[in-house]
Design a protein around this ligand. Sequence first.
Ligand SMILES: *[C@@H]1O[C@H](CO)[C@@H](O)[C@H](O)[C@H]1NC(C)=O
Ligand SMILES: *[C@@H]1O[C@H](CO)[C@@H](O)[C@H](O)[C@H]1NC(C)=O
Ligand SMILES: *[C@@H]1O[C@H](CO)[C@@H](O)[C@H](O)[C@H]1NC(C)=O
Ligand SMILES: *[C@@H]1O[C@H](CO)[C@@H](O)[C@H](O)[C@H]1NC(C)=O
Ligand SMILES: *[C@@H]1O[C@H](CO)[C@@H](O)[C@H](O)[C@H]1NC(C)=O
Ligand SMILES: *[C@@H]1O[C@H](CO)[C@@H](O)[C@H](O)[C@H]1NC(C)=O
Ligand SMILES: *[C@@H]1O[C@H](CO)[C@@H](O)[C@H](O)[C@H]1NC(C)=O
Ligand SMILES: *[C@@H]1O[C@H](CO)[C@@H](O)[C@H](O)[C@H]1NC(C)=O
Length: 394
Amino acid sequence: MAALSENMLTVNMLLSLFFLPGTLADDCGNIIPTLKIITPNNMEALSGSCLQIPCTYNTDNPTYDSSKTIYGIWMKGGVNYGTDRDKVIFDSSGSINTFSLNITGNLKEKNCTTLFPNLTTSHTDKYFFRVENGDYKASACADPLQITVKESPWRPRINISDGDLKENQSVTVTCSAFTPCPQSPPELTWNLQQDSLRQTEKNTDGTFTTKIQETITLSDTHDGYNISCSARYPVIGGIKTEMTKVTLSVSYSPRNTSASISPSALVSAGTWVELSCSSRAKPPPSFTWFRINKHGATNVSVGPVYKFNSNEEEKFYCVATNDLGQQKSSVILVDIRDDQSSVFQILNILKIMGIVLLCTSIIIFECWFRFSKKPKKEPEEPTYVNNVMVTKAS
Ligand SMILES: *[C@@H]1O[C@H](CO)[C@@H](O)[C@H](O)[C@H]1NC(C)=O
Ligand SMILES: *[C@@H]1O[C@H](CO)[C@@H](O)[C@H](O)[C@H]1NC(C)=O
Ligand SMILES: *[C@@H]1O[C@H](CO)[C@@H](O)[C@H](O)[C@H]1NC(C)=O
Ligand SMILES: *[C@@H]1O[C@H](CO)[C@@H](O)[C@H](O)[C@H]1NC(C)=O
Ligand SMILES: *[C@@H]1O[C@H](CO)[C@@H](O)[C@H](O)[C@H]1NC(C)=O
Ligand SMILES: *[C@@H]1O[C@H](CO)[C@@H](O)[C@H](O)[C@H]1NC(C)=O
Ligand SMILES: *[C@@H]1O[C@H](CO)[C@@H](O)[C@H](O)[C@H]1NC(C)=O
Ligand SMILES: *[C@@H]1O[C@H](CO)[C@@H](O)[C@H](O)[C@H]1NC(C)=O
């Protein structure tokens, strides 16, 4: 009954060869494992930092007796526990500890949680766990733990609670960073509020995540805003940083809706007038033009531009509409220039000019008349004529 568990396993193994071929990992050889461990299977770590490996084990082998001393053993690269112990890197008996590991979990509670301090890329490998408890000695050969050590850290993740972002909506923005070493979690900073509380939380698989969170009320100014978050991981001899950025896309109702007129608000009757409506909205708005009359307003055109032939004084406004709301522009007055009165004005000007012309010509005539009287007097002076005549007579 108290036979070595590994011998029993060999028997089981022979049976299973016929019924369950291919279900065993290569590392088990001919042995059916009686020890199973639960870890995340694949873990990433940062060079120069630590790695906490969440781990529990279980066995239903009757030889296992938790009242006896339990030793936990870690092997690197494969399973070989016999005369040749070259793959053993840690033995909780204290005999071997190549990488300063520490099983922080309570083995009596089947908790094999292990802290791996100060990793380097050369630690990237497959690791196996083994339990030695009195006569029960077994390796979890079918449950390898793959550890990958990276030189550069992970980008933090930005998550926004609601996928459909609209103005006036409160959303919770979270920046979270993978935390393989909860003893020295990354420091998170972002361009939202600086005093956001940092929390390091345990995930369901026993790994950790560090995060900062803030609730913001969205407005149109958040549209196109870039939230950037950076994670600074403390490592031996420095800090490793990685950052991430997301651009917010916020929909909002129309604003800054305005109407303009071309060529001008004062036109001659019968000319073409073009009214243009503009607005800022997301998604882009549709436009409707209204003419104001005694009974209210009538819908006269759809679209940003309304072109018409103006014949009387009229008032218009436009309305910009999208899924989130609508906005009215201010009212535009199309005024018809009073051409009749300007004709009168021209006539008046002509009259004045006529009077001025008349007066001027009278004065000119008067002057000419007076001037032309003088030469008449000269012929009346007979002296020279008489002399000639006198000369003729003598
Ligand atoms: C192992 O971890 C335990 C609990 O965290 C601690 O009390 C102990 O000092 C550690 N041992 C070594 C050798 O670091
Ligand atoms: C295992 O021990 C660690 C302490 O090293 C503890 O944080 C963890 O909660 C324990 N796990 C379980 C499943 O009890
Ligand atoms: C961490 O590991 C590196 C490489 O193995 C070693 O040079 C360094 O001294 C270690 N640092 C600490 C604090 O253990
Ligand atoms: C973001 O957070 C929400 C709510 O907390 C969660 O439902 C969602 O799965 C998260 N998304 C990602 C990508 O983490
Ligand atoms: C946000 O980032 C993008 C590039 O990713 C850039 O084109 C844009 O100008 C940025 N927006 C702001 C408001 O800085
Ligand atoms: C748009 O409207 C807002 C008020 O809603 C105002 O503060 C802003 O100056 C306007 N922008 C322009 C370009 O008119
Ligand atoms: C305006 O009139 C057009 C065409 O008759 C119609 O399609 C549109 O829905 C109307 N818009 C409004 C706001 O009444
Ligand atoms: C957001 O709130 C403002 C001010 O209370 C309001 O004018 C606007 O219509 C609201 N927008 C939406 C989409 O509810």
